[in-house]
Design a protein around this ligand. Structure first.
Ligand code: GDG
Length: 466
């Protein structure tokens, strides 16, 4: 049976907190590789004077991790540039933040070519290659150019944007044409798949057949929805540790009878943190009974702080939390506890566990694993209420949450009021349905669905013997 080769921008350290790879992707892939005799290939996060393509290889339990160093110019143009200043904002519907600079394009093309060149000698003919996320969309094309006939799949962790937005990207056709060098393309949600379908039919003049067969640019691919799940088993183990239980106790003391609303996010403009704070302010303004009885704990781990838009959102959040706290706080109560650091996953599980409401209100999100973590951390006999943005991929699976429009302060404020007042019976009913989904559609189910779909696509024809 062929090995699984996973390629992503960064390889993760899934069991360590902090560091640059905190994020849903690192968590999910760690679990995927344990199962297979896999190789995980990506950027080391380091830069060197001159790119050499030299690999550093570490063999761990069952999996091999291979990393390559890039140049400083690559970090600026490919990572901070095209990936995080062009594609990330565009794919999260922020064309106002999306920067279109030629040097970014060049950096993106160069690094994808470098990845392909470095990966090539590691490949065996029967390997399956699974490429992850927006940093590496053209990697499939670069591998094909070098004669790779293996089955190659691509999974997009972030949303695929609506056609009219996507068309604002210079060279958008070229990028989609490159997608057609993959055999299988996976999206988080029906919403993303249908946006891609719309582009292929109406902008690329292609066709979409039954069973997810897409044709355009004289080529075809298989596409489908593969919603990512939580590593539920590992998460529940974390929630059962001493560390989690110590945090539950510590938080209960600190609650002193008050109710806690929790948010946990990378500090990113796509997560709707400012809108969330304003909605919470709206709630406080109209619920005098809540003053001193409720507070919002927002853990926001700084992320991508070399990019100006992230420095700006951070400054805005500092200002808005300061303003709200200044206006509402009393000598022994602050309405928002705003924390800019990261916690270990077992600690987080403990903290989630005592929150009456999980407030997950991204403006756009591929999936959002925090919603699933909040559910998994709840005590079955007295679970809290999940409030979830309709613009997170997770909303397609988690209909028993209170689904809200994160752009409407009043709607989110109403949901907070409803959630805090919800009777136990209804909380249990909703939670049981949500938890069944979190258990069933976990990260293993996601991986198995994608990998078996990738194995099922027909192998490309081998080149004629020279
Ligand atoms: C991308 C897509 C998609 C956060 N703070 C801490 C911490 N976290 C962990 C959370 C959660 C993960 O980071 C965040 O995952 P999300 O899914 O919410 O969001 P992104 O990072 O934007 O991930 C997203 C995901 O990829 C997977 O496909 O769901 O839509 O944007 O697990 O708990 N972890 C620790 N300390 C923290 O302070 N240890």
């Amino acid at each position: 049976m062929g090995r699984l080769i996973v390629v992503s921008n960064r390889v993760g350290q899934p069991d360590q907190s902090g560091g640059p790879s905190v994020g849903g992707l690192a968590m999910a892939l760690g679990a995927a590789l344990r199962e297979y005799n896999g190789v995980w290939f990506g950027w080391s996060g380091r830069t060197v004077e001159t790119f050499t393509g030299g690999l550093s290889v570490q063999r761990g339990q069952g999996a091999t991790v291979a990393t390559v160093d890039l140049e400083e110019q690559d970090r600026q143009e490919y990572y901070n540039g095209y990936a995080n200043r062009t594609l990330w904002p565009l794919f999260h519907y922020r064309i106002d933040l999306s920067a279109y600079e030629r040097s970014f394009n060049e950096g993106y093309a160069r690094v994808n070519a470098r990845f392909a060149q470095t990966l090539l000698p590691l490949l065996k003919p029967d390997d399956f290659i699974w490429v992850h996320d927006y940093h590496l969309i053209p990697l499939g094309r670069e591998l094909r150019r070098r004669g790779v006939k293996n089955r190659i799949g691509f999974f997009l962790h972030i949303p695929w944007p609506a056609r009219r937005l996507f068309a604002t990207l210079p060279f958008h056709r070229e990028l989609v044409e490159a997608v057609f060098d993959y055999d299988l393309v996976g999206f988080q949600s029906e919403d993303s798949l249908s946006a891609f379908e719309d582009y292929v039919e109406r902008e690329a003049g292609g066709t979409v057949g039954p069973n997810g067969r897409f044709e355009a640019f004289g080529r075809s691919l298989q596409a489908g929805v593969f919603p990512i799940g939580l590593d539920t088993k590992a998460f529940l183990e974390g929630a059962a540790t001493e560390a989690a239980s110590a945090w539950r106790d510590r938080m209960r003391v600190s609650l002193a009878g008050r109710r806690m609303i929790i948010g946990v996010d990378r500090l990113d403009y796509s997560k709707g943190l400012e809108e969330r704070f304003l909605a919470y302010e709206e709630y406080l303004s109209h619920a005098p009974e809540a003053l001193e009885q409720v507070f919002l704990l927002q853990i926001a781990t700084p992320s991508r702080d070399e990019v100006a838009a992230y420095q700006e959102i951070r400054a805005r959040l500092d200002a808005v939390t300061g303003r709200i706290n200044g206006a509402f706080a009393t000598p022994d109560w602050v309405p928002i506890r705003y924390v800019n650091r990261s916690y270990r996953r077992d600690e987080l599980a403990g903290i989630y566990g005592v929150a009456a409401i999980g407030l997950v209100t991204p403006l756009r999100d591929g999936m959002n694993l925090v919603a699933k973590e909040y559910v998994a951390a709840q005590p079955p006999e007295d679970p809290g209420v999940l409030i979830l943005s309709r613009f997170a991929g997770a909303a397609e699976q988690m209909g028993e949450a209170l689904i809200v429009n994160p752009f409407s302060r009043e709607e989110v404020s109403d949901a907070i009021r409803e959630g805090l007042a919800m009777p136990l019976k209804e909380r249990v009913r909703r939670w049981e349905a949500l938890m069944a989904g979190v258990r069933r559609d976990d990260v293993d189910a996601w991986r198995d669905a994608f990998v078996s779909a990738l194995r099922a696509v027909p192998q490309r024809e081998l080149p004629p013997a020279a």
